[in-house]
Ligand binder design. Sequence first.
Ligand SMILES: Nc1ncnc2c1ncn2[C@@H]1O[C@H](COP(=O)(O)OP(=O)(O)OP(=O)(O)O)[C@@H](O)[C@H]1O
Ligand SMILES: [Mg+2]
Length: 410
Amino acid sequence: MKNNFIPTVKQKKIINLSKGKHIVFAPAGSGKTEMLSHRVKQALAKGVKPEEMICLTFTNNAALNMRKRIGNSNELFIGNSHSFGAKFLFQQNLIPKQTNILDEGESRVLLEDAVEDVKTSVEENGDSMLMIKNNDLENFICWQNQLKLKLPNNLVKKSKKIFEKNYSYSSKSIQVKTNIKIIYRKYEKFKKDFLSLDFNDILNLALYFLIKDKTFRNIYTWVQVDEFQDLNTIQWEILNYLISKNCHTVLFGDTEQAIYSFLGADNSVLRKLKETYQEHFIAENHRSPQYLLELFNDYAYNNLKPTWSEKPFSKNNELKNNNIIFNLYKGNQFGEIDFILKTYIKPLIIEGKNPIAILMANNNLVTSMSNKCSVNNIKHFPVASFDLFQRKIIKDLIAFLNCLIGSKNR
Ligand SMILES: Nc1ncnc2c1ncn2[C@@H]1O[C@H](COP(=O)(O)OP(=O)(O)OP(=O)(O)O)[C@@H](O)[C@H]1O
Ligand SMILES: [Mg+2]
């Protein structure tokens, strides 16, 4: 695709920032990825050393997108917080070179193996084991490991709260509590045996070493973060240690999404940042026509109560195609599925307008929609997107390659 990026005055100002700490509030489509990429190119051209720079993004796709726009620079880090944590731990020789980093799927398999082992021994004793959801176990394990590493109290307390919020641990019997602890120890042993770390270990260990050794806190002189509103407590803690006094820092975030997340747990982080970071606002959207933004603005004003200094706008005045119907549904997602089926899909089927494609926001909703279609005798087939790296054949290939380089991965 041809790229016509010619920065606006406001975008140029952000691209040219080279000192101090800044926070840029900019909605979707306002050119964040373009600005981030140009800032990196400019910094490299001005002689900032790539090994002193961090460019945090939130998805592998976003990282790939930026790499494409920047070109190759192998020493420069562009990626999410887990890959940053892993790179940091390996580069500073804080973990053995052969360590396997388990992805979410792999750590789940290991955890399920641990549960299965404990279940077998509990049943051999004539008892039955209360099933515990994987998510609850993962939260418990993360909390316990943070306790073990003596990470800051506020963080440990938060992890405990996350675990207890979903799982009413305190009301459970001693037997259940013992079983959870045995599963935890088994899982930790499996990881040790296979010289493996999961995603939570990486963040916990990165923070542990940053607290323990001050020399790690001055490595980076240039940091930028995309989608700061998605950072969780431990990621903020890690950043806090990485961003030294003289480190030039620009955080980019999405105002509407920030309203979502900061209404919750991390409100205090944003308030604190606003005291020391210079704020910038960008409202122009370069991706969508004005009629779409108006729809979005309407939604935002009714649901998110934004405090925009300027409403998102677009100079693209393309007219709405009258075949497009917008409907802002007020209610939960499941009610919305019933509403869509009744109001749009069934009438279209009766009119003989087939085939029909329905796009949903995530795989869970695809499943819910598919179930509802079955209940309503609507012939259909669900198509759920699946990450290439989560496919069995690719995982087998990667495990095989890991064996070839001598790792202990099973
Ligand atoms: N000044 C500009 N002139 C022309 N096109 C632009 C300009 N700024 C951004 N764009 C284009 O607008 C589109 C959206 O930009 P970009 O992907 O950088 O936005 P974003 O803020 O990162 O969006 P998101 O929040 O969805 O990640 C891209 O195609 C980009 O090339
Ligand atoms: Mg982007």
